[in-house]
Design a protein around this ligand. Structure first.
Ligand code: DQA
Length: 145
């Protein structure tokens, strides 16, 4: 049986491709989901790719992942910088966690430099564009081998 990786996306990422394309690029979140499914297949993994604008929904998915997933890749978007609740939820998960940001957050406003999620993440990707999701999946394959 293949191992499942949850790929979770936070607020406003449903607008990828339309929202600030000069920062986040022209690809849509559906494009990213398709590329992730492809890379996961090559890596011998199954991925469940999800997005919500609601903090509680993301927390429920993290709880679900406790039984259903071997690893979590998460782009918490703006909740990265504010959510102790997402950090607490991730701390209840035993497998590897990789934090992804499309943009290079450390080159941007100071409020984006702090991440609550980084206190739990085993690896952090920032500034690789949407390719960061695929690199994270490859690293997840290595962590779960
Ligand atoms: C983001 C960076 C966050 O600061 C921002 O709020 C986002 C997206 C990124 O992928 O670069 O919504 O997580």
């Amino acid at each position: 049986m293949t191992k499942t990786v949850y790929i979770l996306n936070g607020p406003n990422l449903n607008l990828l491709g339309q929202r600030e394309p000069e920062i986040y690029g022209a690809e849509t979140l559906d494009d990213v989901a398709v590329a992730c499914a492809d890379t996961a297949k090559t890596a011998g993994l199954t991925c469940r790719f999800l997005q919500s604008n609601w903090e509680g929904q993301l927390i429920d998915w993290i709880h679900e992942a406790r039984d259903a997933a071997a690893g979590i890749i998460i782009n918490p978007a703006a909740l990265t910088h504010t959510s102790v609740a997402i950090l607490d939820a991730l701390n209840s998960f035993d497998g590897p966690v990789i934090e992804v940001h499309i943009s290079q957050v450390h080159k941007r406003e100071a409020f984006r430099h702090h991440s609550y999620v980084s206190q739990r993440a085993d690896a952090v990707m920032a500034g690789f564009g949407t390719h960061g999701y695929l690199l994270a999946l490859r690293h997840m394959q290595h962590l779960l081998a």
